[in-house]
Design a protein around this ligand. Structure first.
Ligand code: DP6
Length: 331
């Protein structure tokens, strides 16, 4: 029996589009979260007759869809993880954040699963447990999960802007200014309705997207500018790239075929208000990012936590249903 937990992450440079065996179309970079995570208990044994997940309890209830998803995954990795041919698992999983919050729960859940498989492999084969192996196993389950096994910041995908990069697993991005060592992420839940498009279907939209090549080039440039801003401790330049990435992701979805509009009117109202507020209060370092949904992640230096929370509780109050105050994971 093993017990593990793994956090969620929020992408600053978005992974959107993939090819081959879960390889990203472009490089991405994310911040790992402290309070939003998955706790998992995994019971395992080896059998010559059966393999795969026997029981999967999510928040104490049987979850057949998720069980089937993990079993498809375990079957698909048999060539790179031969133990999967004989491995039986009973899994109990729960999240510290509501499922309906629209926060990608796959990243934390699949990162937890990757950790469990890595630990099991190390226990059975006696091999040393490597973080790159865990990240790779997580990636094969869900791309963004590859980045969730690393604290602070993680990059994933081939990039010419950093010395070490890989499309197989995520790598820690450590070369940041101390202005980026304590960072808040307040998540405004604008709608908790089910997403009309899964991220897997979303990635497929990029395969024949008319702006595909332009997006690859833009992600390359944005990645470079973002890490430069983070190295220099320059929140203003960082924020410009951060918001450009979020709006690009949604722009690409809006002009895909089929087209998807995931932003709500209140998302746009909140964006306008945040931008106005920065005009009024020049000292305010508050920028937004958005994943494949309507909810806003407000990113800011924790030194400004008080004024950001005040803004959330006053001017932004009517625009969201609930708020989750999270921050960077540092260990
Ligand atoms: C918009 O990692 O959920 O959150 O690899 O198909 O499981 P799969 O997709 P997933 O995609 C995440 C997309 C994103 C941006 C990001 O996290 O980089």
């Amino acid at each position: 029996m093993i017990e593990i937990s793994a956090p969620s992450n929020i992408a600053f440079i978005k992974y959107w589009g993939k090819h081959g065996r879960q390889f990203p179309m472009n490089e991405s970079l994310s911040m790992t979260l402290k309070n939003c995570y998955t706790d998992m208990e995994v019971e395992y044994w080896l059998s010559d007759d059966i393999a795969g997940v026997q029981n999967f309890l999510f928040e104490n209830k049987n979850q057949e869809t998720f069980k089937a998803k993990i079993n498809r995954y375990l079957q698909s990795i048999q060539d790179v993880y031969p133990l999967a041919r004989r491995l039986c698992l009973n899994i109990k999983s729960k999240n510290t954040f509501p499922h309906s919050a629209g926060i990608a729960s796959s990243a934390s859940a699949m990162a937890a699963l990757g950790k469990a498989l890595g630990i099991i492999e190390a226990e059975i084969t006696g091999k040393k447990l490597e973080i790159t192996r865990v990240s790779e196993l997580a990636r094969l389950a869900s791309g963004s999960a590859s980045r969730s096994v690393i604290p602070y910041y993680a990059s994933w995908g081939k990039s010419t802007s950093i010395d070490q990069s890989s499309q197989n697993y995520a790598i820690a991005f450590k070369d940041f200014h101390h202005n980026f060592s304590e960072v808040g992420d307040s998540i405004l839940i604008i709608s908790d309705a089910e997403k009309p498009v899964s991220s897997t279907a979303g990635h497929q939209l990029m395969e024949s997207h008319p702006f595909r090549e332009a997006r690859i080039e833009q992600a390359r440039k944005n990645f470079k500018s973002l890490i430069q801003a983070m190295k220099e401790g320059d929140w203003r330049s960082f924020g410009a790239v951060l918001e450009n990435e979020a709006l690009t992701l949604h722009g690409l979805m809006m002009n895909s075929s089929p087209s998807f509009i995931l932003l709500e009117a209140k998302t746009l109202d909140a964006i306008r208000l945040i931008r106005e507020e920065r005009e009024v209060d020049k000292e305010l370092s508050l920028y937004f990012t958005i994943d494949a949904g309507p909810n806003l992640h407000l990113i800011y230096p924790l030194a400004q936590e008080k004024r950001v929370k005040r803004l959330i509780e006053t001017k932004l109050k009517s625009l969201y249903k609930s708020v989750i105050h999270d921050q960077i994971l540092t260990e």
